[in-house]
Design a protein around this ligand. Sequence first.
Ligand code: C2E
Ligand code: CA
Ligand code: CA
Length: 835
Amino acid sequence: MSEKLLVVSDSPTDRVIIQKILHDSEIITACDSSEVRRHLDENPDIDLIILDITMPNMAGFQILNDLKSDTRYTNTHILILTNYDEPESEVKGLKLGAADYIRKPLNTESLKVRIGIHLKLIRIQQLYEQRMHEHSVTFDALFQQAPIGIAISHAGESLTAGSNNWISINPIFEQITGRTSEEIMELGWEKITHPDDLVADRNNFERLQSGQIRSYAMEKRYIRPDNTMVWVHMIVAPINLSGKHKSSHICLIQDITERKAIERVVNESERSKAVLLDNLPGMMYRCFFDKDWTMQYVSNGCFELTGYSPGRLLYNRDLSYNDLILPKYQNWLWERWEKAVYEHTKLTEEYEIITASGETKWVWEQGQGIYDENGQIVALEGLIIDITDRKNNEIRLKYLNEKNPETGLLNLRSFELIYAENYHLDTESKRAAIMVNLRRFSAINSVYGYRFGVKLIQDIAKCLISLVSEDRLLFHIANDQFVFYMVNYRDKQNLNHFCERIIRTLDTGIAQKTFCFNIGILEIDKYTCDDAENVLKRVMSASKQINDHERFGYCIFSNAMEQKQQREITILNALTETLSKEQDPSLFMVYQPILDFKTNEIAGFEALARYKNDDLGEISPIEFIPIAESSQLMGLLGKRIMRIVFAFAAYISREGYHPIAFYINISAIQLLSETFLSDVNELIRETGVVPRNLTFEITESVFANNYQEINEKLDKLKTMGIKIAIDDFGTGYSSLARQRELNVDCLKIDKYFINKLIHVRTENAITGDIISMAHKLGHWVVAEGVECEKQRQYLMENNCDMMQGYLYSKPLAEQAAIDLLNQSVNHCRIRYKAN
Ligand code: C2E
Ligand code: CA
Ligand code: CA
């Protein structure tokens, strides 16, 4: 780029010389001040003026002075041409603002060099100005658009009220403080600073000004016009904008109100966490996932739990947490944690630790892994609490739950659990159950006392424990019953041998030789023995097969037993079904006439139960009554039977026959039931039967256990008008002597004695004695099972009152019984009924 120069001189020669020398530049020439003005107006971009001072009438000085006092040209470079012998003009020109002087006569070379230097200088100056301009544009943009508040001020203490020394405040600063620049300048920073932050701010500022610090940062509050606070982070630093302002500074602020609010919440939650941690019943921790469980944090509860202060465990200072864990749990716990960490799940475990005092404690630990953003484990955090008391109780309860407290052997519950577990796991190996049953244990207790009983059971347990092996577990499932659960035996012979061993062991181990044992064996079949109950039922039924006369005996469960059991289940189901219905013809009654020897007429009927259905055919009461008795059904069945018989008896008496007695068999179980008397009353009301026409047959065995209670019940029945007969007399428990005390009216002599009359010579038969004894006690006597004339003859001769048996009639259906009554002449004749 070529420069533009204005050459002012009245000498045409000089002008030409200069033009020639500076031929590279654009030269404009002027010879007087008016020409100078004109050229300057037309060419505002003139870079350099060369002004000849030596013009006449001081015109040069005048032009120089005019130019320098015009603000447009104060910065314009002016070189003056002076005469070599007038040094005072040089001084004067420089004073007036000339940049330099060149002496005449003009020397081509030096002129060239001088001007060259000035042009270079001008160029540098121009460049500098351009830069400055660019900087200020950038600064303005930053200042206006920066996302932080910026204020720049001059002069230190100037920031007080009304001092008006702020030079710049950007829009964000205004926005944060909620005030305009004017307001801020008017009030000064102290007035808008929160009083609590003022002292610190002032101190900082003073130290900054005195040069003690180079800058400062602080968090402070400004008061906004609406009196709300705004928290800011503020940085104050000195800046040197220009030489004029010695202590200018810049203040940057950032709104941190929101962060402060969060901080407050966090602080509050940190505080409550600390309170919580210190008051937790147990020890909170944060540790590395390493085999020492190196603790990074341990709450104060550590001391109470372990006896060590937290500091001793931190970073394994004195010992590691792993040192506290009982060795048998160490690997296990590590594996549990590995799993939890791998699966990112919580860990909850119980184990034992040893405290500082050497005491063992049960602890409960719950914790979880802490992972970084890549899912890498960084630490574990959790809680450990003392559960020793609970655990001890649990262990005790578990013991009580699983073991028999007297022998310490696993109990029934355990057998059920272990069997269930084993049933699903083990499908291949052979398994058997062997039950050892002490016979008549309750009798032993009542004779020798309970203490003796307990001791005896413990002795038996001791003997049997000596036979336990890995494949033979022993359970004490009830007072007098032990069960061996055997796996992996070879064959039946194996089992028999084992039973022989049991017998030998008990024989030598138990001193008293009067105690007897039944042993049942069951080879477990997976399909029929799907639960422990089925196993025990079967092995028990095998043990019951043993003859009472043997001291020791064993019996292996067979399919026949199984079939019998199966049939029992079928019958039980059928009975249950029948009794669930209001009426069911499957259950019905037959009536066997009882003949009065004196009148030779029917005095009554014994009601006998029958059950018949398509699947089972007709079943004897000898079979189904015991099944009902051994289940809960007997009460219901007995009541159903009474209802049928009472209704029939009521019908017969309503029909007007001579009073007919109905003998009904009452099972011991029925009689013992609490609701028996109320049931009878209810049925009497319901059917309208006359109680006088009812005789209840009971067997002697009912007196065996609850003599007093039964006798009182019988008394109540008698006051209602119902009569009592002892069934099957002579076969059971009671003796004739006892009959006196019993509330009974009638004896039914068992068929056994009647049968004897056929074979034994009549004079030797005791049946006659039984009859006369019964009469002496005021009882009437019925002979059962009379089948032949010889028996009838004997009974008649010995004053027996009545007889029942095939000789006269088999049991009859209702209609047949009525027909028989009608055939009897007397009965027909004395029918009172009007129609
Ligand atoms: P039980 O009470 O001794 O009944 C007499 C049994 O002898 C009846 O057998 C009857 O049919 C049978 N019998 C009658 N006369 C003769 C005879 O001359 N010769 C022979 N060999 N037998 C004769 P059943 O009906 O089979 O009853 C058997 C047992 O079932 C009864 O013996 C009784 O103990 C019980 N039972 C029957 N019905 C009921 C009932 O309704 N309730 C209760 N709890 N038990 C009943
Ligand atoms: Ca009977
Ligand atoms: Ca009988």
